[in-house]
Design a protein around this ligand. Structure first.
Ligand code: NDP
Ligand code: MG
Length: 346
């Protein structure tokens, strides 16, 4: 088993008196900035741009907001929490000119460094602290006294202390409360892309849509198809999350369990694994990165078109209508509780 680092393995004092610039105040950015501030980092500043919506939220939270270049200049440590496709341009024009050998450059996902979008000077520490959960969980779990498990990885260790710095930062955002694993940029980037493409996002939405369409095309009511193929996914996944496949199989009926064993392998058959292998190869060879970088260079035409057509899919139209009637989806019913919710959700 790989070593897991907890609170006592990290020395927060290494970063406590530093100025840390969080570049971008979105899903991850707001969580890192607020958690570091609440942990007692002397100065947390936000790098933003003219006209940013999130800059206002950062100011409301009492944080100092500067143009990216000024934040990069003032900071000892720079954490880039911009969308991955924007790293290159912002790094080149607003961060790179202000790097010197005493600074630490950080990211929360390896895409831009692993695929050569950012080429840092060799005399600085470059590292990753990547929470394995959405930014809002990174913030809410921290506020509850917990944390989100995270990965650290070292790209360059110029100071000889890169790992200790990564662990200290992980502690500052609450990650060592939950557990921190060490990986490397190649592994994190490639497994992250594969997971989201083959299983978590691409695989799951493909499975849901195929199941839904099969029932609707056979004449069943769309509402029934929605419940069976989308709504109940969460109930099943919650059980798997808590106790593996076994806990889920323990909880379902014998009929469902028998259907699982005998029909599951026919749905996700050997061809699916062959497709997955091909997708992994495209990630490893850099073909996917090249395609996505090019798509951004030409203004995301295909991305925007498919986003629009997916939003119009009948499972989305039916789902929106059904969810508006499901009061249980929003269990916080009192007004005060709703206000609290809005507050933590930024
Ligand atoms: P978001 O899209 O949520 O936030 C991006 C932020 O960057 C926004 O505040 C946006 O401002 C700001 N921004 C955009 N362009 C600029 C610019 N030119 N200069 C300054 N600020 C700018 O991103 P995420 O938090 O999802 O992702 C950030 C990084 O974290 C990525 O590397 C991602 O891979 C990684 N990551 C994300 C996870 C997640 O849960 N989302 C999980 C783990 C890692 P505005 O609000 O005005 O648009
Ligand atoms: Mg991921």
């Amino acid at each position: 088993m790989a070593k897991i680092y907890y609170e006592n393995d990290a020395d927060f004092n290494l970063i406590k008196s530093k100025t840390i610039a969080i570049i971008g105040y979105g899903s991850q950015g707001h969580a890192h900035a607020l958690n570091l501030k609440d942990s007692g980092v002397k100065k947390v500043i936000i790098g933003s741009y003219e006209g940013s919506k999130s800059a206002l939220k950062a100011k409301e939270a009492g944080l100092e907001v500067l143009p990216v270049s000024e934040a990069a200049k003032a900071a000892d440590m720079i954490m880039i929490l911009l969308p991955d496709e924007k790293h290159k341009a912002v790094y080149e024009s607003e961060i790179k000119p202000y790097l010197n050998k005493n600074k630490v450059l950080m990211v929360a996902h390896g895409f831009s460094l692993h695929f050569g979008q950012i080429v840092p000077p060799q005399d600085i520490d470059v590292l990753m602290v990547a929470p394995k959960g959405p930014g809002h969980r990174v913030r809410t779990t921290y506020e509850m006294g917990h944390g989100v498990p995270s990965l650290i990885a070292i790209y360059q260790n110029a100071s000889g202390h890169a790992k200790e710095i990564a662990l200290a930062y992980a502690k500052g955002i609450g990650a060592t409360r939950a557990g921190v694993f060490e990986t490397n940029f190649k592994e994190e980037t490639e497994t992250d892309l594969f997971g989201e493409q083959a299983v978590l996002c691409g695989g799951l939405t493909g499975l849901i849509k195929a199941g839904y369409e099969t029932l609707v095309e056979a004449g069943y009511q769309p509402e029934m198809a929605y419940f069976e193929c989308l709504h109940e996914v969460k109930l099943i996944v919650d059980l798997i999350y808590e106790g593996g496949l076994a806990k889920m199989r323990d909880s379902i009926s014998n009929t469902a369990e028998y259907g699982d064993y005998t029909r599951g392998p026919r749905v996700v058959d050997a061809r699916v694994k062959e497709n997955m292998k091909k997708i992994l190869q495209e990630i490893q060879s850099g073909q996917f990165a090249k395609e996505w970088i090019h798509e951004n260079q030409i203004g995301q035409p295909n991305f925007k078109a498919v986003r629009e057509s997916e939003a119009a899919h009948s499972v989305e139209v039916v789902g929106k209508e059904l969810r508006s009637k499901m009061s249980f989806l929003n269990p916080l019913s009192s007004k005060q509780e709703n206000r609290d919710k809005v507050k933590v959700e930024r």
